[in-house]
Design a protein around this ligand. Structure first.
Ligand code: GDP
Ligand code: IMO
Ligand code: MG
Length: 429
C-alpha cells in the first residue's frame, strides 16, 4: 500500500504543510481528514509563500485534492481561500478539488459562540482560534448540523433549522445575544450554495476508486496529537481526533488505506494557546527559539510558546498514531546552541513518569527530567543531504530516534521546499 498519512506529533505547527507539499509531487491525491480552517499550513516555494488553512496543501502543485467528511467547512472561508490562492496563480477548479458532501458546515453563529465562550472563560480559556471549530463539531455529534449536501436542498431545511436554531438561541440567550436571524442565514446559505456545490462529491468513492487503480493517496493531518480530543492535553485541545486513525473515518477509505504513517516532529517544542507544556522555556532560551524559528501562529498571529524537545510526548504520539517514521523539521533553528536539552521523563512530586498522565492538574505539575547533549556551531540550514549535517546534529537525531522508538525518514532544514533530506522514501514502503 503506497499511501502516506501525515500527522502532527506535538501541539501542531510542526511543519506538516511543507512536508505534505514536498511529498505531494509523488502523490496522485491529497486528502484532508479532520479539523478546519483552524489549521495554518505554510509552504515556501522559491519567492512564493502560500498559507493554507482549509485547502489540502497538494493543491499548490495541482495534485487532485479532497476535503474529507471529517473536516468542518466554513463555506465563506472556503470561497475566500480559493480566491486568495487563485490570486497567487494556483489553479483551483472542481476538476482538482473536491469537498465531501457529508462535511458539516461552520456557520456564523458557531464563530460567535466560540468567541463568546472564550471571552467568558477568563483565565480558564482554551485560547481557541475563535473560528467556530468546536461548536460546529458539537452540532455534528448532536445530529443538528447542516452539511454540504443540504445546500442542494435548502427548501427542505425547515425542521432541521428549527432544531439547530432552538439549540443555539438558548445558548445565545445565556450570553444576552439576539436569536439567530433565520431569514438572513437562509439568504447567506442560498448565496454561497452555488459556489460550493460544484465541488461537492462523494469523496469516499473518489478515494476508493483511486485505491483500486493503485494510485497514491497522501493524507494531510491538521493540528497535532497533543491537541487530539481523546489523546491530547484535555480540555486544552481541539475538537477533533487528530491522530492517524482518523484518516480512515474522516474520508471513508478504511483503516488499511492509511499506509505509511509519517509523524511530523519539530526538533524542539512549541504550543499556541493555553494548557500544560512541561518543557516550556519562559527565559532567554525560549525567546531565542521563538525568534530563530519565527514562531508566530499562521492563523491568529499569536506568539507561540517555545521549549526543549520532549521525547516523552513524541514517544506517546508515535504509539497512539502508530507512526512508522518521523520527519524531523526545523533542525536549523537549533544551530549555534552550546548545549541542548531533551526531556526524557517527568517528576510529579516524588513520583516518576515515562508518559504524560491524563489529568490536567498532574500535567500542569509535571517537571521535566532532562538529559543534556552537546550542540553544534556549524550550520544545518539549507542542508539537502545527510553528509552536510554536522556530526553533533546527527548525534542529536540519533538520540531522538532512540528515545522515541521510531526512525527518522525525512529531515527539514529550512522553510524552502527543496531544503529537505530524504532518508527513506515513505511512498516506497
Ligand atoms: P504546520 O501547521 O504543521 O503546517 O506548520 P506551520 O506552517 O504552521 O509552521 C511551521 C513554520 O515553520 C512555517 O512557517 C514553515 O515555513 C516553517 N518551516 C517548516 N520547516 C522548516 C524548517 O525545517 N526550518 C525552518 N527554519 N522553518 C521551517
Ligand atoms: P496546524 O494544523 C497549532 C489550537 C488552538 C487552541 C486549541 C483549540 O496549523 O498545526 P480550536 O480553534 O481548534 O478550537 O483551538 O488548538 N490549535 C492549533 N495550534 N496548530 C494548529 O493547526 C492548531 N489548530 C488549533 O491554538 O489552543
Ligand atoms: Mg500551523
Amino acid at each position: 500500500m503506497a499511501n502516506v498519512t501525515v500527522i502532527g506529533a506535538q501541539w501542531g505547527d510542526e511543519g506538516k504543510g511543507k512536508i505534505v507539499d514536498w511529498l505531494s509531487e509523488r502523490a496522485d491525491v491529497v486528502a484532508r481528514f479532520q479539523g478546519g480552517h483552524n489549521a495554518g499550513h505554510t509552504l515556501v516555494v522559491g519567492e512564493k509563500v502560500y498559507k493554507l488553512s482549509l485547502l489540502p496543501s497538494g493543491i499548490v502543485r495541482g495534485t487532485l485534492s479532497v476535503i474529507g467528511n471529517g473536516v468542518v467547512l466554513d463555506p465563506w472561508h472556503f470561497r475566500d481561500e480559493v480566491a486568495k490562492l487563485k490570486g497567487q496563480g494556483v489553479a483551483i477548479t472542481p476538476e482538482n478539488l473536491q469537498i465531501a458532501e457529508t462535511c458539516p458546515l461552520i456557520l456564523p453563529f458557531h464563530r460567535d459562540l466560540d468567541g463568546l465562550r472564550e471571552d467568558a472563560s477568563g483565565a480558564g480559556k482554551i485560547g481557541t482560534t475563535r473560528r467556530g471549530i468546536g461548536p460546529a463539531y458539537e452540532d455534528k455529534v448532536g445530529r443538528r448540523a447542516i452539511r454540504v449536501c443540504d445546500l442542494a436542498h435548502l427548501d427542505d431545511l425547515g425542521p432541521q433549522l428549527d432544531r439547530l436554531t432552538a439549540h443555539h438561541d438558548a445558548l445565545r440567550a445565556g450570553f444576552n445575544e439576539a436569536p439567530i436571524d433565520r431569514d438572513a442565514l437562509m439568504a447567506e446559505l442560498r448565496d454561497i450554495a452555488s459556489f460550493i456545490l460544484p465541488f461537492a462529491k462523494p469523496v469516499w468513492l473518489t478515494l476508493n476508486d483511486a485505491k483500486s487503480k493503485g494510485k497514491r493517496i497522501l493524507f494531510e493531518g491538521a493540528q497535532g496529537t497533543l491537541l487530539d480530543i481523546d489523546h491530547g492535553t484535555y480540555p486544552f485541545v481541539t475538537s477533533s481526533n487528530t491522530i492517524a486513525g482518523t484518516a480512515a473515518s474522516g474520508t471513508g477509505l478504511g483503516p488499511s488505506g492509511a499506509g505509511f504513517v509519517l509523524g511530523i516532529v519539530k526538533a524542539y517544542t512549541t504550543r499556541v494557546g493555553s494548557g500544560p507544556f512541561p518543557t516550556e522555556l519562559e527565559d532567554e532560551t525560549g525567546q531565542r527559539l521563538g525568534e530563530r524559528g519565527h514562531e508566530f501562529g499562521t492563523v491568529t498571529g499569536r506568539k507561540r510558546r517555545c521549549g526543549w524537545f520532549d521525547a516523552v510526548l513524541v514517544r506517546q504520539s508515535v504509539a497512539v498514531s502508530g507512526v512508522t517514521g518521523i520527519a524531523l523539521t526545523k533542525l536549523d533553528v537549533l544551530d549555534g546552541f552550546d548545549e541542548l536539552k531533551i526531556c526524557v521523563g517527568y517528576k510529579i512530586g516524588d513520583q516518576s513518569f515515562d508518559y504524560l498522565p491524563a489529568h490536567a492538574q498532574d500535567q500542569a505539575k509535571a517537571e521535566p527530567v532532562y538529559e543534556t547533549i552537546e550542540g553544534w556551531h556549524d550550520t544545518t540550514a539549507g542542508a539537502r543531504s545527510w553528509a552536510e549535517l554536522p556530526a553533533q546534529a546527527i548525534k542529536y537525531i540519533r538520540r531522538i530516534e532512540e528515545l522515541i522508538g521510531c526512525p527518522v525518514t525525512l529531515v527539514s532544514t529550512s522553510p524552502e521546499r527543496e531544503d529537505t533530506i530524504l532518508v527513506r522514501d515513505p511512498f516506497a514502503d
